[in-house]
Ligand binder design. Structure first.
Ligand code: SF4
Ligand code: SF4
Length: 413
């Protein structure tokens, strides 16, 4: 770990009010400044890796709100992630981690097969029966939470249905590669279908390489840096086989990770070239706002927008999604208070740290209620899962959609 990044913290405390775990606990050890200090003391050999200390570090959501607030360029979330990777490289992956991060996640076929039992469970009525009988209470709590978070799965993963080449509608203005995120393909396939439709309607030929693999974010989250680099190399090679103007994604988490390939594979020109081409879908659509506006039809609805951490804090994209929503005729846009505060999803955080995740989610739901919006829009699958469940439980009148879904709906209405 780069020691300089640790000593850059001047302990000003400007990050504290932005940190979700500090706001919930008011504990210095659960704040960005505290986490940087803990890692520094560990590096300097003044502290041992006690269970309690590791617990404080693992409470970090890696939302990177602290990095946005820090005047010294310190990124506590990233430092915690780097620290976790270093620990894992010394201790090695557990059997379960190896199974998930190396045998499942990097292989789309395996990942898709692993979801078949869940699809059967949902579609045969077994889920309804299990829920009515309360059977899930007999299983470990994380299993019940996972089951509760998962919305109805599409009949097929999008990867199995999508054309490798979707032609441009009308005059072709360029070619983009579409990075289809695993969760988007498996769960939110309608949103990615909408993304491709928007791109082709705006004159882009869309290439979706079928052999692309997971972006590597789950590996990074699990401290598996080598697995993450392997994913990066595979995707770089695959996309290098096409002449592309941009590589587009509609998954905030994937976009943030793809843009870091150049950083992770330092010295690789191919990785740098790949990352330079990556764009979030909102960036591409905003480039063609005038043309897009001509395609949109009225949708009279009150809409608000939740900034995914991986889009606002990690990629610095805030204005484009809002501008795009305001293009839809009839939309009454309501700004959300603390729109860029984490929703508590954070990868598998909502499973591994349920209590803290629920507290953070509750704050978000309170702001959605106060906004008076009928529709909450966001653009990251983790946020969609977390907020969909939260809204269903506490604000059933408020719907949730991915940004491209509402734009495509306006186009079709
Ligand atoms: S991490 Fe940045 S904002 Fe937070 S205390 Fe250190 S210097 Fe200040
Ligand atoms: S990444 Fe988020 S949770 Fe972690 S220290 Fe920074 S603000 Fe707090």
């Amino acid at each position: 770990m780069d020691y300089v990044k640790l000593i850059n913290c001047m302990r000003c405390g400007m990050c504290l009010p932005t940190c979700p775990t500090y706001k919930e606990t008011f504990l210095e050890t659960a704040s960005p400044r505290g986490r940087v200090a803990l890692i520094r003391k560990l590096q300097e050999g003044e502290l041992d890796q006690s269970e309690r200390l590791l617990e404080y570090l693992s409470l970090c959501l890696d939302c990177q709100a602290c990095a946005t607030a820090c005047p010294s360029g310190v990124n506590a979330g990233e430092l915690v992630a780097e620290f976790t990777c270093e620990r894992k490289s010394q201790s090695g992956l557990s059997f379960m981690e190896d199974l998930i991060l190396r045998k499942l996640v990097p292989h789309p076929d395996h990942l898709e097969t692993s979801m078949v039992p869940m699809r059967i469970y949902q579609r045969t009525g077994l889920q309804k029966l299990v829920r009515n009988l309360g059977v899930l209470k007999m299983f470990p709590k994380p299993l019940g939470r996972m089951e509760g978070l998962l919305p109805p799965l599409p009949a097929k993963p999008l990867r199995q249905e999508i054309l490798e080449i979707t032609p441009a509608v009308g005059r072709e203005r360029g070619t983009v590669g579409f990075f289809l995120g695993c969760v988007m393909s498996l769960i939110f396939s309608d949103a990615s279908r909408a993304t491709i439709k928007l791109l082709s309607s705006l004159g882009y030929r869309v290439i979706t390489p079928r052999n692309q693999v997971c972006c590597g974010a789950p590996n990074m989250l699990g401290g598996d840096l080598d697995g993450m680099k392997e994913a990066a190399r595979t995707n770089i090679d695959i996309f290098a086989g096409y002449e592309l103007d941009f590589i587009v994604t509609d998954c905030g988490g994937c976009g943030a990770e793809l843009k870091k390939y150049g950083h992770h594979l330092q010295g690789s020109d191919a990785a740098e070239a790949f990352s330079t081409k990556v764009r979030d879908i909102s960036q591409i659509l905003a480039l063609h706002a005038d043309d897009l506006m001509k395609l949109l039809k009225p949708l009279p609805i009150k809409v608000t927008y939740h900034d995914p951490c991986h889009i606002a804090h990690c990629q610095g994209i805030r204005q484009e999604p809002r501008d795009l929503l305001k293009l839809i005729p009839g939309v009454e846009y309501k700004e959300l208070e603390s729109a860029d505060a984490c929703c508590g999803s954070a990868g598998t955080y909502n499973i591994s740290k349920p209590e803290m995740s629920d507290r953070i989610l509750q704050r978000k739901l309170d702001t959605v209620r106060a906004s008076g919006a009928e529709l909450l829009v966001t653009s990251n699958p983790g946020c969609l899962l977390q907020l969909k469940k939260g809204l269903a439980d506490h604000l059933p009148d408020v719907k949730i959609m991915h940004l491209t879904e509402i734009l495509a709906q306006s186009m079709d209405s």
